[in-house]
Design a protein around this ligand. Structure first.
Ligand code: 4AD
Ligand code: MG
Length: 483
């Protein structure tokens, strides 16, 4: 008999059906009640065994963490808590778990800290919390593809190995097939790449945007969804060295269209998860509530996870310019009481304390900040000519979320070749390295816009997890690439 997944047993199987389930034992009580989980849902199936009918040797192997197959009949549950249970007729021990080892692992029912579990990446998938997080992570990914597909976007695969630094921030991981130490240098001391696989310096991509722009200027509406890599040495709860990014790019869209698209997408993702992952969300919501109780009252969240999702789905984001944001900050009591650590003035980038103030204290909702000073934004952003915003600003947008900070970064792109060349010069970017990008501005250039969504930051928001390492199966951070 083929196995039935536990989610199907619990939601769409009639009482009286004979079936096989396979999974991992969560608990075995009184030599009689097995809690079996197969990962298809957070809920375990209770299976009841008449131990008198089974060999002692078999019963001994039904330990927490062991993999078993159970054949039996679905009956109405005698106890409370679940509506059905499995009356077991046959037990197959598929993979034993030594109870002594289990004591030391995450598979025992006792609660473990998230930090401890991070070091047990092979086992943390088995816990309720990570089961819920990774099912939802899948859901977010699927929702994104569905959102763009339904709108007629095409999914473009940007390269992972590239010769460019799309963000111009120099935070790249270099790639070569040669021993870096042994790369020959010429007289001037620069590395000679003639022996290298690619014959030139290449790196892991920091963003698929430039490639997406090429595609958008032919296919109209596209998006990338892939891993990106940044060698920024930020050991924070919001940064990874390897993270996934979604980068839509749309021909003929201006900055307003770009904001509309991003806001619609973010709401869509939240709604998709609320509609399709109710059990996992309910579990994470309760977990967060319990954790909040351990904190001082003034440090607790105002809203629960479910309330935060509901809020985002049903309320417009606040949209302000960078100039307005600086005004708000400088007129705040927080500023007057000198409570900001970093300075606030026009021309200086916002620090996360400023962003948090705007989102969590001032507006209490997601905020889109636009039209930043050109000086600290990427070279490809469109200069705000002929506007009251002034020449020194660019058509940029950052979307900030409560508890997360920057969720999305995007812009209208500089489509004018002459201005783009000026920007390259100002940023020290060699035109020769970007000829393939600059060429798009020579052959039917059009206004276009796009943005990048940090996938893990989105998963943090919809799961309520507070450390980005806990929403990716194998986190890569400075000094950490164990698994
Ligand atoms: O703001 P960023 O650097 O923008 C770009 O890369 C543009 N090329 C996007 C575009 O316009 N197509 O990154 C975009 C988003 C950030 O808002 C943040 O959510 C996330 O990517 N992000 C990170 N997430 C985790 N770890 C890091 N080190 C991240 N750096 C950026
Ligand atoms: Mg950014």
């Amino acid at each position: 008999m083929k196995r039935t997944k536990i989610i199907d047993v619990l939601t769409r199987t009639e009482v009286g059906t004979e079936l096989v389930v396979k999974g991992w034992v969560r608990a075995f009580r009184s030599n009689r009640f097995i809690q079996l989980n197969d990962g298809s849902t957070i809920n375990s199936l209770q299976a009841v065994i008449d131990f008198e009918n089974f060999d002692e040797a078999v019963l001994k192997k039904i330990t927490t963490g062991a993999a078993v197959g159970l054949t039996g009949v679905l009956i109405e549950s005698q106890g409370s808590g679940q509506s059905v249970e499995l009356q077991v007729k046959e037990v197959e021990i598929i993979g034993e778990a030594n109870p002594d080892d289990v004591q030391k692992t995450v598979m025992q029912p006792k609660k473990h800290s998230l930090e401890f579990l991070r070091e047990q990446a092979h086992l943390r998938f088995r816990t309720n919390v990570f089961g819920a997080v990774f099912r939802i992570r899948h859901g977010v990914s699927y929702a994104i593809h569905k959102f763009f597909n339904d709108k007629g976007f095409f999914y473009i695969h940007a390269p992972i190995i590239t010769g460019s630094d799309a963000e111009g921030a120099g935070e790249m991981f270099h790639v070569t097939n040669l021993d870096m130490e042994k790369l020959p240098k010429n007289e001037a001391g620069t590395v000679d790449y003639s022996e290298d696989f690619f014959g030139k310096p290449v790196n892991l991509t920091v963003s698929g945007q430039l490639e997406a722009e090429l595609a958008a200027l032919a296919l109209g509406q596209v998006y990338t969804f892939g891993p990106t890599f940044r060698a920024e040495n930020s050991n924070t709860s919001r940064h990874l060295a390897e993270f996934w990014m979604i980068e839509p790019e749309v021909a003929f869209n201006d900055l307003n269209d770009n904001m509309d698209l991003a806001e619609e997408m973010l709401k869509y993702i939240c709604k998709y998860i609320v509609d399709n992952f109710a059990d996992d969300l309910a579990f994470l919501n309760e977990r967060e509530k319990a954790e909040q109780q351990t904190k001082p009252v003034n440090e607790r969240n105002e809203l629960t996870l479910l309330e935060r999702l509901d809020f985002v789905i049903n309320n417009d984001f606040k949209r302000i310019t960078y100039t307005e944001a600086i005004d708000v900050l400088m007129n705040s009591n927080h500023y007057k009481k000198k409570k900001f650590k970093y300075e606030v003035n026009w021309g200086t980038d916002l620090q996360s304390e400023h962003e948090r103030y705007l989102v969590e204290k001032e507006f209490k909702r997601p905020v889109i900040i636009t039209d930043y000073p050109a000086a600290f934004k990427a070279f490809y952003m469109r200069r705000n000519d002929n506007s009251e915003l002034g020449k020194e600003t660019v058509a940029a947008m950052d979307i900030l979320f409560p508890g997360i900070g920057e969720m999305v970064g995007g812009s209208q792109r500089e489509e004018r070749l002459d201005v783009l060349k000026e920007k390259c010069a100002a940023f020290g970017i060699h035109e020769a390295d970007l000829w393939w990008y600059l060429d798009t501005r020579k052959f039917g250039t059009v206004p276009h816009s796009g943005f990048g969504l940090g996938f893990e930051r989105m998963v943090m928001f919809v799961t309520g997890m507070t450390n980005i390492r806990d929403v990716i199966p194998f986190p890569r951070t400075p000094g950490n690439a164990e698994f």
